[in-house]
Structures are given as structure tokens and as C-alpha cells.
Design a protein around this ligand. Structure first.
Ligand SMILES: NC(=O)c1ccc[n+]([C@@H]2O[C@H](COP(=O)([O-])OP(=O)(O)OC[C@H]3O[C@@H](n4cnc5c(N)ncnc54)[C@H](O)[C@@H]3O)[C@@H](O)[C@H]2O)c1
Ligand SMILES: O=c1ccn([C@@H]2O[C@H](COP(=O)(O)OP(=O)(O)O[C@H]3O[C@H](CO)[C@@H](O)[C@H](O)[C@H]3O)[C@@H](O)[C@H]2O)c(=O)[nH]1
Length: 320
């Protein structure tokens, strides 16, 4: 049994990973400023500290075996409109956290990186060796933190793993996605299915893809959580391992909408809108490195099952 600090553990992915850590018998402290997360998202059994990663030195001490770092600002559009917020929260915040870890002698880190570090891919599926040329500030700040972690591993022996998520989806029991405002496709399609928005806007149907809409690699949040536990075991002092997490298969926006129709049995009004700035046509992961080095295999690759778990969570959240 180990003791971990989970930054951002009141948010979507962090709450699911915190729940998995507790189920595996570990002790968990969540540090979250509730800027986009929810107090009730913190799993029962975790200690909760309301505060910022910039003040992690007040929480961290030698009793912790490692940190799982989810806390970040993560909206692509906002990052372009307000870059200083992203450099401050994601980069300066992570720098303070990593300094506090070193001061407290906490020498293991698992970091939430992103497919957005790659930008427009030169080839798909995308491997970790691909060029990193982010097309937005969010991706640039996450890439900067990856570089920071590499240098910390080299200079000070940090044991680190960055996990580059592709499109996280689904839910895990009572833990799921509830961003406000929502920007992710599947929860937005649910809002259209529930009549909470008049339609789902499809951002562009003139991409060079089979049906003209963007293709993404949707990965179940519980599969993602399992990879974090494996990453904690795989982390080695002085090394920074970077692994993509995805299923390796892509679904178009229209295919996602069809899946939501099948799962919910509801009509979904669709309106084709213009392209959203900065959207690559296709993002699909090669997760070969995660398979080989972490021993990770996603167990829930079926899109309808991913959507069904998210739908069950959404209905419960809406009191239906
Ligand atoms: N959801 C995805 O599809 C996706 C894809 C790739 C990467 N990621 C990354 O995964 C991580 C989690 O994403 P999510 O979707 O769960 O986001 P989220 O917004 O639901 O969770 C982030 C949490 O961090 C907290 N937080 C933000 N800044 C903080 C600070 N300075 N100090 C303390 N707490 C702070 C928020 O209150 C929130 O609870 C993020 O780092 C994100 O960049 C997410
Ligand atoms: O109302 C909407 C919302 C989205 N989309 C499209 O749906 C796809 C998925 O969009 P979204 O759910 O917003 O995810 P992405 O923009 O692909 O970004 C997610 O996945 C990236 C990795 O692929 C991560 O880096 C980001 O953090 C995460 O938000 C994209 O083609 C969007 O253009 C629409 O057509 N209509």
C-alpha cells in the first residue's frame, strides 16, 4: 500500500483515477482548487485539501510515495484567447509542484499529457516519436511541462511517466464528465438528446475523411485509470517515460452521433457548422509503447459501451 497525492482529483479523469487507487488499497490525498472540479467528485475515502498546486509545499511531505498530476486548465479555445492563464496555471503551477516534490523528497510523478502536444500529425497512427508541434497554447503548455519533467528526471533522478491521452470518454460508476461549460463532443451530443440544446453542431463535414467529419480515438476513462496504476509501477528513477493512451481506432463525429442514437434511443438534431479552428482531421494513437512498457491493454474499446457508460452517468446526474 502506498500514499499518493492526486492533484485535480475533483475533476473528471482525476476522480476516476483516485477511485481506482483507493480500490487498489492505496491512500489518497486530493489537492484541488475546485476551479473546474466538484467537491462531490472526490471519492469517499480520499483526504481532500482545497488548494492550488502552486501551494503544494503546504501539503507534500516525505510520507507521500508519489504524485499523480491532473490539475490543469484544459480548454483549447480558452487557451488561445487567454494564453497567460495557461502558461501560469499549467507551466508555472507544475514548476511549483515539482519543486515542492523535490523539497519533500517525493520522487515519483505521473503526469496527464495530451495528444494536443503533437498538433497536426504527419502520419497516423501517431507514435511518441512523432514531431511535436502543438497548434494551440494548451498543447504548447503541456509539451513544456513534458520537457520540464524530462530535465528534472535527468538532473535530480525523478521517476516520471507522462501519459498522452487521446479523447477521454465514458464514466466509471458515479464518476464522470460534467464540465461547465461543456466543450467535449459526447456530453454535448447527450445535451442535444436531452433537449438541453437545440441541436449538435458538427464542426466541419469537408475534412479528408470517409464521411467528411473529424476522426478521433475515444478511450474509456476506466481503461485510462488502469494505465495510471501500471505507470506508477513502471516509473524508474532518472527516467521519463512518455506513452500515448488510445485504442488505436478512430471514429468520426457522425459515427459518434450514430452511437449516441443507438445507445439512447433518442432523436438527435444535427446541424453542420463551420470548422473549429485548430482541429486536425484525424487523431488516432499508436499505443504500442504503453502495451510493451506498461503491459496495458484497454478492455473497453467498443464505442457503444463507452457511450453507454457515459449515458448512465449523465442520466443519474440529471436525476432521470
Ligand atoms: N478530458 C480529456 O479528454 C483530456 C485529454 C487529454 C489530456 N487531458 C488532461 O487530463 C487532466 C484532467 O482533465 P479533466 O478532463 O479531468 O479536466 P477537469 O477540468 O475535469 O479536471 C481538472 C481539475 O484540476 C483542478 N485544477 C485546475 N487548476 C488547478 C490548480 N492550479 N490547483 C489545483 N487544482 C486545479 C480543477 O478544479 C479540476 O478539478 C488535465 O491535465 C487535462 O489537460 C484531458
Ligand atoms: O459541438 C461539437 C464539439 C466537438 N465537435 C468535434 O468533435 C471532435 C472531438 O472534439 P472534442 O470532444 O472537443 O475533443 P478534441 O478537440 O478532439 O480534444 C480532446 O482530445 C484531445 C486529444 O485528442 C485532448 O488533447 C483535449 O484535451 C481534449 O479536449 C472534434 O473533431 C470536434 O471538432 C463537434 O463537431 N461539435
Amino acid at each position: 500500500m502506498s500514499k499518493y497525492l492526486v492533484t485535480g482529483g475533483a475533476g473528471y479523469v482525476g476522480s476516476v483515477v483516485a477511485a481506482h487507487l483507493l480500490e487498489a488499497g492505496h491512500r489518497v490525498t486530493v489537492l484541488d482548487d475546485l476551479s473546474t472540479g466538484f467537491r462531490e467528485g472526490v471519492p469517499a475515502g480520499a483526504e481532500f485539501v482545497e488548494g492550488q498546486i502552486q501551494e503544494a509545499d503546504k501539503v507534500l511531505d516525505g510520507s507521500f510515495d508519489g504524485v499523480l498530476h491532473f490539475a490543469a486548465s484544459s480548454q483549447v479555445g480558452e487557451s488561445v484567447a487567454d494564453p497567460e492563464k495557461y502558461w501560469r496555471n499549467n507551466v508555472a503551477g507544475s514548476l511549483e509542484l515539482i519543486s515542492a516534490m523535490r523539497a519533500a523528497g517525493v520522487r515519483k510523478l505521473v503526469f496527464s499529457s495530451t495528444a494536443a502536444t503533437y498538433g497536426e500529425p504527419e502520419a497516423v497512427p501517431i507514435a511518441e516519436t512523432a514531431r511535436t508541434a502543438p497548434t494551440n497554447t494548451y498543447g504548447a503548455t503541456k509539451l513544456a511541462v513534458d520537457h520540464l519533467i524530462t530535465s528534472e528526471a535527468v538532473a535530480h533522478g525523478l521517476a516520471a511517466v507522462s501519459l498522452r491521452y487521446f479523447n477521454v470518454a465514458g464514466a466509471y460508476g458515479s464518476y464522470g464528465e460534467r464540465h461547465d461549460p461543456e466543450s467535449h463532443l459526447i456530453p454535448l451530443v447527450f445535451q442535444a438528446a436531452l433537449g438541453q440544446r437545440p441541436h449538435i453542431a458538427v464542426y466541419g463535414d469537408d475534412y479528408p475523411t470517409p464521411d467528411g467529419t473529424c476522426v478521433r480515438d475515444y478511450i474509456h476513462v476506466a481503461d485510462l485509470a488502469e494505465a495510471h496504476l501500471l505507470a506508477l509501477d513502471a516509473a524508474k528513477p532518472g527516467e521519463h517515460l512518455i506513452c500515448n493512451l488510445g485504442n488505436g481506432s478512430g471514429f468520426s463525429v457522425r459515427e459518434v452521433i450514430e452511437s449516441v442514437k443507438r445507445v439512447t434511443g433518442r432523436e438527435i438534431p444535427v446541424q453542420v457548422a463551420g470548422r473549429r479552428a485548430g482541429d486536425p482531421a484525424v487523431l488516432v494513437a499508436s499505443a504500442a509503447r504503453a502495451h510493451e512498457t506498461l503491459g496495458w491493454t484497454p478492455r473497453r474499446p467498443n464505442l457503444d459501451e463507452i457511450v453507454a457508460d457515459a449515458w448512465t452517468f449523465t442520466l443519474a446526474k440529471n436525476g432521470r
